[in-house]
Design a protein around this ligand. Structure first.
Ligand SMILES: [Fe+2]
Length: 433
């Protein structure tokens, strides 16, 4: 059985996805942490300087002009590494603006100006206590600061209102540091992934080899069981290989998926395994069975279900083993299921099984010609067989008859080996199912 070609690709893809997810998570973490650090430094700076201005104003009754001169002096000239105030104002107890100044030289602060034009409304919402709140304007972070200037119990309660902008140089430095941190984290993750890749690949290859051996053992067990009952039945192995071949070709024509076809292969090999529990006097009786003998013969279905239920892997053959003698008109056994109540795999297999029985020579009959066999199948259309499935089978049956019917030269066996390789050996997913 060939080595699965997709193993490398699947492993590489899985590891790449994991590395990508870890890198993205690390990047988010670093961005968040870096942003926190910048904001903490800026808010500490803004709060300290706002507190200084507020303390200076306390107990001083300055005119509007004096206030504006004082606030203007605190704008860009007092800039620090972390940033500077772009707006400062003082309001009275009713929220009326007593004096205000703003830094109008940064063209990128147009959006701020729109907001700064309504400082009283923007800031009036919080009248008590101190306010420090980050706001994003035009993708830049600004800190809104509001502090009481006077004693809250006093006759006048003025407030200092300010907007603090993080410096662009600080943002650039932060972005550069961030890029380095992200590159380092992504590089570390990728390097770790590359180091781990051959280790995981080696382990996975061992697992694949073991799984393949296990699968080969299971497939051998299928064939051994099929062969055992064929020996007992006085039949040959070729019947099992032919019905497997016919049913798989029919399932392919019906466009069943690979998983369903794998189940069909198991069912085809094991369909009559329950005959092992039928007495020789009945199983090998050359003539027609008496009614009581036929009733006992029917039990091979229940015996088969019982046998395969001992193995989880073989139990997947149950739809075929349990229902391959059901007929669409409900006259089959053991449950008398009708139409679609019969599993699709069993309806497919029943057709292949009967076609092979008709076209094979037996001690008590000659092999039917193709035309005779098809006429018999058509006679059972809609009663024994699913009409739609039969119509599809008729489109593929003639070449199958010409190549494989009633032959004991191993042609069907070789074809089934290719089928097993196709459906069980092609990829790792199938092996691990
Ligand atoms: Fe059977």
């Amino acid at each position: 059985m060939k080595k699965p070609r997709s193993l490398h690709r699947r492993l590489a893809l899985s590891l790449a996805l994991v590395a990508l997810a870890v890198s993205a998570a690390l990047t988010c973490l670093i961005v968040h942490r870096r942003s926190d650090i910048i904001r903490t430094a800026a808010s500490n700076d803004a709060e300290t300087r706002a507190a200084m201005i507020s303390a200076y104003l306390r107990h001083r009754d300055l005119t509007r002009s004096e206030l504006e001169n004082l606030l203007a002096a605190m704008l860009p000239d007092t800039a620090s590494d972390t940033g500077h105030f772009i707006f400062l104002g003082v309001t009275d107890a009713q929220g009326r603006m007593l004096a205000e100044v703003s830094h109008n030289h940064e063209a990128s602060l147009e959006e701020f100006k729109a907001i700064a034009g309504l400082p009283a409304q923007a800031l009036r919402k919080l009248r008590d206590g101190e306010l420090l709140e980050w706001k994003i304007i035009g993708n830049r972070p600004y800190l809104e600061v509001s502090l009481p200037v006077d004693d809250p119990e006093g006759p006048t309660v003025r407030r200092l209102e300010g907007w603090f902008a993080v410096s662009r140089s600080e943002e650039r430095e932060a972005a550069a540091a961030l890029a380095v941190a992200v590159a380092a984290s992504v590089g570390t993750v990728l390097l770790t992934t590359l180091v781990l890749y051959p280790v995981i690949l080696r382990m996975l290859s061992r697992l694949t080899r073991l799984t393949r051996r296990l699968l080969e053992s299971n497939l051998e067990a299928l064939q051994v069981l099929g062969s055992t009952i064929a020996k007992r039945d006085g039949d040959t192995d070729e019947h099992n290989f032919r019905v497997t071949l016919y049913s798989v070709r029919l399932a392919e024509a019906l466009k069943l998926n690979d998983h369903k076809i794998r189940l069909l292969i198991k069912g085809a090999f094991l369909h009559d395994v329950g005959k092992i529990g039928i007495r020789d006097s009945i199983l090998l009786k050359p003539g027609k069975l008496e009614p009581t003998e036929f009733e006992e013969m029917k039990l091979h279905v229940a015996h088969g279900v019982d046998i395969i239920s001992r193995s989880h892997w073989m139990d997947e053959a149950k739809p075929v083993v349990a229902c391959h003698h059901e007929k669409v008109d409900g006259s089959g056994y053991p449950a008398g299921l009708k139409g679609d109540e019969i599993p699709l795999l069993a309806r497919i297999f029943a057709l292949a099984d009967v076609f092979d029985a008709l076209t094979s020579e037996r001690p008590y009959k000659k092999a039917f010609s193709y035309e005779e066999a098809i006429a018999t199948l058509r006679f059972g259309s809609g009663t024994h067989f699913d009409q739609g499935i039969l119509e599809v089978f008729l489109t593929i049956s003639h070449p199958l008859f010409d190549l494989f019917a009633n032959r004991e030269d191993g042609a069907a066996r070789r074809e089934v080996e290719k089928i097993i390789e196709r459906y069980y050996g092609a990829d790792m997913a199938a092996l691990l199912e």
